[in-house]
Write a protein that binds this ligand. Sequence first.
Ligand SMILES: [Zn+2]
Length: 222
Amino acid sequence: MNSNAGRAIAVVLLTTLFGVRVGETLVFQMELPTASGPAPTVHLLVRINATLDDADVDQARATTDVLLASVGIRTEWHDCRDVRACDLDALESRPLIVQLFSSRKLRGGDICGEVIRDPIMAPTIAIYVAQIVELRSVFRLRGVDRGDLLMSTLTNGHLVGMTIAHEVGHVLGIRHSSVGVMQARLSSNDVVALRRARLTFTPQQGVAMRHALGTKKRGQAD
Ligand SMILES: [Zn+2]
């Protein structure tokens, strides 16, 4: 990350998964839900500059979908490897940009992901895949030691998807909590819960996230 980016980040929201929380101040909305209409939808424009294979990308997408669906939010995943899928003008609601970096965050400690926001650009979720790969290795070794198949078969895709969902939570105004998806750090038991689809947002977080999605139309100031 260059110095310009560093300065930009200094004035925007920075929240981290598995790392230090710097601040949380924003609410960002993308599509209007209605009481009787379809589930609110988050459009994710996913830019992949990382050494993830297709299976990991598919798993990341599935994990993100399941975690957000658990609180009634639908995910539209636009893979920018197909440029047509990332046509901003074709979208009816403002997307979130998800940038998968192959590197670690420079001077970022053990940060796996964060939300970067400034007054002009749409919020960007930065995912640092190298850090996630290292974390995955730690959990897999623990799984081998414990004879726990769910941990020993953990993939990068599981953790990337989990990190994306966590950061979407931050974009929608959710702070860290002591349980569930919005924890700042995951334990081995959390990883097992994730694999069993038992790691979720809390019901209160779900209400707040859906509310955030429904309180502002496209084109309004953030
Ligand atoms: Zn966080």
